[in-house]
Design a binder for this molecule. Structure first.
Ligand code: PEP
Ligand code: MN
Length: 336
């Protein structure tokens, strides 16, 4: 349930509401939007006990949200949220492509790929400086040196940068360089990290956990919105199923479901979703007609020598070919 207070003269109502919520042992949190105070109540449908609050002077309206996630839900906000990443809008009628290498490996590699993806039509540059690798013996990323290279690549191309933060201790450093902070699949349920990135007020790319349900994913997003940051883009990147042929099973039905359940933009990652470069194009082309708001695609200048995720990376040439089709699909789907 969401109790939306009037802009002025709400303090008396607030006192009564807080007493009522405390006596009902309901957990709640204050949230502010457009200078209006909103009380988010973690209720499980005990609306009858709270209905009478509607008539209190100072209460503008009460929105009964039946889902466990509240601020993220379309019941709370009907219209699509548009997230602004360094001037690039994602959400609503926009369909945007984020591209770049899995990991920042060197200046030469990053600058080459950045220029290529820009020429092909990508509007945001991705690249991991901190890499969460399955094996501790794999390349772990260039860390701050990688962030500096990303910032230089932004200078060179004008593309805002998206990069992952894996540890709560690195949040302020990554936020200093990046235009958008990525929370990876492995950290989707790292709630302290979610709260910390939310407080930077940077846009957040929230990947779905490898075994997360849609509800768990949206509740993870709720952690960010509750901190007052509604600049969240969801990313479907495949879930683990019994099928070993593809690295993950890209759950496109989740994209359509999330569009129904939430006002937040949702994009598709066909690279991690399939793990195979030749499947990236076919899945990427499904995203726009499906209603997704964009794509994130891994591109490498020499995939066979990539330090991470080479098997799923497109060459600049293949990316360029795909982008031609994506442009056509955007036109047919009426997206900008
Ligand atoms: C990545 O984007 O390179 C990455 C590690 O993604 P995910 O968290 O989806 O595995
Ligand atoms: Mn990767």
């Amino acid at each position: 349930m969401l109790i939306i207070l009037e802009k002025y003269n709400y303090s008396e109502a607030l006192k009564i509401i807080e007493e009522r919520l405390q006596s009902l042992k309901l957990y709640y949190k204050m949230y502010e939007e457009d200078e209006k105070k909103i009380i988010v109540v973690g209720d499980k449908g005990q609306t009858a006990e709270l209905d009478s609050l509607q008539s209190l002077p100072g209460v503008e309206r009460i929105v009964a949200v039946t889902k466990p996630y509240k601020l993220v839900s379309r019941q709370f906000k009907e219209t699509d949220t548009i997230v602004n990443i360094g001037g690039v809008p994602i959400g609503g009628g926009h369909f945007q492509v984020i591209a770049g290498p899995c990991a920042v490996e060197s200046k030469q590699q990053l600058f080459t790929v950045a220029q290529e993806v820009k020429n092909a039509g990508a509007v945001l540059l991705r690249g991991g400086a901190y890499k969460p690798r399955t094996s501790p013996y794999s390349f772990q990323g260039l860390k701050e040196e990688g962030l500096k290279l990303l910032a230089q690549a932004r200078e060179l191309t004008g593309l805002p940068i998206v990069t992952e933060v894996v540890d709560i201790r690195d949040v302020s450093q990554v936020a200093y360089y990046a235009d958008m902070l990525q929370i990876g699949a492995r950290n989707m349920q790292n709630y302290h990290l979610l709260q910390e990135v939310a407080r930077t007020n940077k846009p957040i790319l929230l990947k779905r956990g490898l075994s997360a349900t849609i509800e768990e994913w949206l509740l993870a997003a709720e952690y960010i919105l509750r901190e007052g940051n509604n600049q969240v883009v969801l990313c479907e990147r495949g879930i683990r199923t019994f099928e070993p042929y593809t690295r993950n099973t890209l759950d496109l039905s989740a994209v359509a479901a999330v569009r129904h359940l939430s006002h937040l933009p949702v994009i598709v990652d066909p690279s991690h979703g399939t793990g195979k470069w030749f499947l990236v194009g076919p899945l990427a082309k499904a995203a726009c007609p499906l209603g997704a708001h964009g794509l994130i695609i891994e591109v490498h200048n020499c995939p066979s020598e990539a330090l991470s995720d080479g098997e799923q990376s497109l060459t600049p040439h293949n990316f360029q070919v795909l982008m031609k089709d994506i442009r056509e699909l955007k036109r047919v789907c009426g997206k900008s």
